[in-house]
Design a protein around this ligand. Structure first.
Ligand code: NAP
Length: 389
């Protein structure tokens, strides 16, 4: 799809590039586990992993409510289409870090994610997390591959600090931060950033299932999402900052966020005003956004899209219902780029909270880890049994 097209892409969620060869001479797919596989984000991950060219889903884990049952029985499936066959008969495990896989995704509720992710990393598993718990830890990369792939250099320091042997944690940002920072990155590179003011209109699926009660959100707007403004004001500082070899240095941006929950199912809309360090006209700003293109390394990742910022021309776009699946849910869809009487420019952004802001983001992070040689094979249960004979 061109950067100018205005109708959306694959409604099923996200289609990886067909025929992406395994990286680094690998001959077998990596075995992936999903912690929190029964939740909204976990289900997206399960769906995206079915048929993935590099990863194969071998384990699912969730709470005591679900563990011990087959995935097909335990999950309340929310996505279009059936539960992928590869997942249906898997037995849901508990959070014991002894799963038969090479690495895990975590889509756990934040009440348990912090401890569980640490347990898995300590047991030697790479952990690719969606949860907020470790995002701002001083030695844990908060990663958007198109923005700060160099932050992966912090992994050896994290392993040393924590005494992890082979395991580590990498996180992706909050769902409303992900789209915001993708749009800020080309502006930061071209003009430098001084201040950002953002007002969000966030979908109900951002709160997990069952999320906000229908009596509260129907025909209404709730001008508060617990902890969201704090995350939006702190995470971009780390993402747009740098790793200096020992610690992350913040970007030092002036940032203010207002977060609102609106009766939309999927897709967070954001109204953003920005002041730039270098004076730029609207044409230059539009060109910087439109020309933002990922590196050759990222283009080789199955879930990456070449132009992660998609600029729409219509005065009334982007809209959640019409544009949320653009770029297979991985695009930051931008419209209404115009002058701002208070700061320099303003624009409207839409991004898919469950794909770009969660499952798709984690998958892209794992693909970058695989491409850079951070994922190793663990001995499978079957191989261990054979070796013991
Ligand atoms: P969700 O629908 O509420 O799912 C939560 C998952 O955690 C379920 O699989 C649940 O298992 C599991 N879980 C809950 N308590 C547990 C326990 N005590 N032990 C083991 N497993 C437990 O939430 P979600 O929206 O998918 O979000 C998952 C994580 O991603 C959260 O940390 C969230 O903040 C983050 N996130 C969400 C979004 C979004 O747009 N929704 C975006 C970015 C990040 P059971 O089904 O067995 O209870």
């Amino acid at each position: 799809m061109s950067a100018h097209s205005s109708e959306n892409g694959d409604k099923s969620g996200m289609a990886q590039q067909a025929g992406s060869p395994l990286p680094g001479g690998a001959t077998k797919k990596w075995r992936a586990g999903v912690l929190g596989a029964t939740g909204l984000v976990g289900q997206r991950l399960v769906k995206l992993l079915a048929g993935h060219p590099w990863f194969e889903l071998t384990e699912v884990a969730a709470s005591e409510r679900s563990s011990g049952r087959s995935y097909g029985e335990a999950v309340r499936w929310h996505l279009d289409g059936p539960i992928p066959e590869v997942a249906r008969s898997l037995i849901v495990k508990s959070l014991d870090p002894s799963l038969d896989c090479d690495f895990v995704f975590s889509a756990l509720d934040s009440s348990v994610a912090g401890g569980a992710e640490d347990d898995f990393a300590r047991a030697g598993y790479p952990v690719v997390s969606n949860s907020k718990n470790h995002r701002m830890d001083p030695d844990v990369p908060l990663l958007i591959p198109e923005v700060n792939a160099a932050h992966l250099d912090a992994i050896p320091a994290q392993q040393k600090n924590r005494g992890y042997d082979g395991g580590f944690m990498v996180t992706n940002p909050n769902c409303s931060t992900a789209g915001l920072v993708l749009v800020l990155k080309p502006l930061a590179d071209a003009f430098g950033l001084e201040k950002v003011f953002v007002v969000t209109l966030q979908a109900v699926s951002g709160a997990g299932y069952p999320g906000v009660a229908s009596m509260d959100i129907h025909a209404n707007v709730i001008p508060f999402i617990s902890g969201e403004e704090e995350k939006m004001e702190s995470e971009p500082q780390k993402l747009l900052g740098r790793w200096d070899g020992a610690r992350f240095i913040d970007a030092g941006l002036g940032l203010s966020a207002h977060c609102n929950r609106v009766p939309v199912l999927e897709g967070h809309l954001e109204c953003i005003s920005v002041s730039l360090k270098k004076i730029a006209c609207l044409k230059e700003v539009r060109e910087a956004l439109r020309n933002f293109e990922v590196s050759a390394e990222l283009r080789s990742l199955p879930s990456a899209i070449r132009h992660p910022v998609m600029l729409l021309d219509g005065d009334d776009r982007p809209q959640p219902r019409r544009d949320v699946h653009a770029g297979n849910g991985m695009a930051a869809v931008v419209g209404r780029v115009r002058e701002c009487p208070l700061l320099d420019i303003k624009l409207t952004l839409l991004s898919h909270n469950l794909v770009r802001g969660a499952a798709g983001a984690a998958l892209l992070n794992a693909e970058l880890l695989a491409a850079r040689g951070f994922l190793n094979r663990r001995v499978s249960a079957e191989e261990a049994q054979l070796a013991a004979r």
